[in-house]
Design a protein around this ligand. Structure first.
Ligand code: F6R
Length: 587
């Protein structure tokens, strides 16, 4: 949650930071602020609201100086107010900083700061005061920051400036932070798109790292208590991928991109995939873990492993994982699924498995993320930057990787790849303008509904859950997914005349799920069928091709589009749904 970016170099910092914050807005968008340092003075502007609105009011880009920091917030401690917006300073205005994460022991630390004038309700502000206090006791900026960092418990990515020093300190623990390295300029940031227009060279900081940046960079690791070296890597993302292009929103751009992103999944190295499959085969205790949409990809994966490879693989939601800790041992293989690679609950799950000697593989989109770096092996989903807060192309890429792995476990990797190859033209059609227009007409019909239900059996059960999530999180219409046979165990009581129910149909589930649709229809429900063939029970039909084990991919795409259209028609921002943040780095 929250996005931070800094700049140290020769150019004017504020416009670069402002543009970077706009790219990071998907991480939080309730307040924003920038601080620059120029001639020994801090210049700070911040407020509650979306960054463009704040800019219109305050002009965020006219701050002087070629060193500065910025923040876009997703509130955790303290309401959405100007006072709680970052950057924060110490009492004397000597230290200014921005923070992504949560300081869990901030109340204890705050008690040590009696006499200090706190201006916000945040956990962040105390860090500035602690550094100021250490400096008052004679330490220099770097040593004062080191001592302060040692006292902090929780997660942080921090960018810190001192009025009397032209150096910036960047530090991280359990929250993402990397440094873009340009030609004489440095861009510490929460995520790559923030600086992708300037450089593709990046340094990934490790947990406990602290970088001191001026004309060069020095790295120190707090846990190792010594200076460390960090290498520069090159990013394979294209700056264009992080732009909206001709699309109105990132969400629809990323939905349309799926005909390419799914094909990129096939480019995995065969021998690498087979070695991963081998480990899956060898381990009796294989657990898929992820959160939200990534969890539904895991659930789909558990069905795919069962159906394709006859292999029992359990899917557990990251937020519930601690309840299964007792099952972990050195024979456990965790496969963590995540777009960002920074989801706190998913990371906690892999750390628990590693602590008992278990193996960890990840299916992850962001290279160099915490999950990538902490896993024994990573399979990259290669979906490119996903900027829309709602996961679309990352989800289908995750499912595609799991489909390949399930095939590889039984020596059918080639068959799996062919299945995905066949999707190219089909996904193109599913995302074409004509399909989008067709779904817009359905969205017009549904836009004032209070509830939408979704049902599916087999592979379509996790698809129904993911469809309901897609619809509700962008349109704010209550949507709920069920296994086809489950509705009549209680929830069918909610069906009234005209209640829309989306029914996912595949060849192998057709008979049973159509019976379920009949049960709903005979109670007045309005049935929207999603499948290869129309049926008399459907009041509305969305045709999708029959593609066997790849059905979870084809069947979800119209639901992503429908969710998008509903959001637009209801005046919601599909790229930044209320209350959500792209990376959930807190538990
Ligand atoms: C929903 C959505 C979230 C994420 C979840 C996990 O559209 O995007 O449910 O899937 O927060 O995020 P990652 O995949 O980054 O671990």
């Amino acid at each position: 949650m929250c996005g931070i970016i800094g700049y140290v170099g020769k150019r004017k910092a504020a416009p670069i930071i402002f543009q970077g914050l706009k790219k990071l807005e998907y991480r939080g968008y309730d307040s924003a602020g920038i601080a620059t340092l120029h001639d020994g003075e801090f210049f700070i502007k911040k407020d509650a609201g979306k960054i463009d609105d704040i800019h219109k009011r305050l002009n965020l880009t006219d701050l002087p100086g070629s060193i500065g920091i910025g923040h876009t917030r997703w509130a955790t401690h303290g309401g959405v107010t100007k006072e709680n917006a970052h950057p924060h300073t110490d009492c004397h205005g000597n230290i200014v900083l921005v923070h992504n994460g949560i300081i869990e022991n901030y109340q204890e630390l705050k008690r040590l700061l009696s006499g200090h004038d706190m201006r916000s309700e945040t956990d962040t502000e105390i860090i500035a005061h602690l550094i100021g206090e250490e400096m008052k006791n004679g330490k220099d900026f770097v040593e004062a920051t080191k001592s302060t960092l040692k006292k902090l418990e929780g997660q942080y990515a921090l960018l810190i400036l001192n009025k009397n020093d032209n150096r910036m300190i960047a530090a991280r623990r359990k929250a993402p932070l990397l440094i873009g390295v340009g030609d004489g300029d440095y861009f510490p940031a929460s995520d790559i798109p923030a600086f992708l227009d300037y450089t593709k060279n990046v340094i990934y900081l490790s947990d406990g790292d602290m970088a001191v940046i001026d004309g060069e960079m020095k790295f120190f690791n707090i846990d190792l208590n010594k200076e460390v070296q960090r290498e520069i890597s090159t990013i394979d993302w294209d700056p264009e991928q992080a732009k909206k292009g001709d699309f109105d929103h990132f969400m629809i751009k990323e939905i349309v991109e799926q005909n390419e992103t799914i094909q990129r999944v096939i480019e995995q190295d065969d021998s690498f995939m087979l070695s991963i499959a081998d480990e899956i085969k060898k381990h009796k205790n294989v657990i898929l873990v992820g959160c939200g949409t990534a969890y539904y990809a895991c659930l789909t994966g558990s069905y795919l492993f069962s159906k394709i490879a006859n292999k029992y693989v359990i899917a557990v939601s990251g937020s519930e994982f601690s309840n299964f800790k007792g099952l972990l041992n050195e024979d456990t293989l965790i496969i963590a699924v995540s777009q960002s690679g920074e989801t706190a609950d998913t990371l906690e799950a892999i750390r628990a498995a590693k602590s008992v000697g278990g193996k960890v593989f990840s299916i992850v989109n962001v290279r160099g993320s915490s999950l990538d770096r902490e896993s024994d092996e990573s399979i990259y989903t290669k979906a490119g930057p996903e900027i829309g807060v709602v996961s679309t192309k990352a989800y289908t890429a995750q499912v595609a990787v799991l489909l390949l792995l399930a095939h590889a476990v039984v020596g059918k990797l080639e068959e799996g790849k062919n299945r995905l190859k066949n999707l190219h033209a089909l996904v193109y059609n599913l995302t074409a303008l004509s399909t989008r227009k067709y779904l817009r007409r359905l969205a017009e019909k549904l836009k004032d509904e209070e509830h939408i239900f979704t049902i599916g059996r087999g592979l379509m059960y996790p698809t129904a859950l993911e469809a309901a999530l897609k619809l509700k999180e962008v349109s704010y219409i209550h949507a709920e997914g069920f296994a086809g046979g489950d509705l009549k165990h209680g929830s069918i009581a909610l069906i009234e005349k005209g209640t829309p129910t989306i029914v996912f149909v595949t060849k192998d589930t057709e008979r049973d799920v159509i019976s379920n649709a009949m049960e709903i229809k005979s109670r007045g429900g309005y049935i929207i069928g999603v499948g290869p063939e129309n049926n008399e029970v459907f009041d509305h039909f969305i045709k999708v091709p029959e593609v066997g084990f790849a059905d979870p991919i084809t069947h979800i795409i119209p639901m992503q589009i429908l969710g998008y259209q509903l959001a637009v028609l209801r005046g919601c921002d599909p790229d930044k749904p209320r209350n959500l943040a792209k990376s959930v780095v807190v538990k």
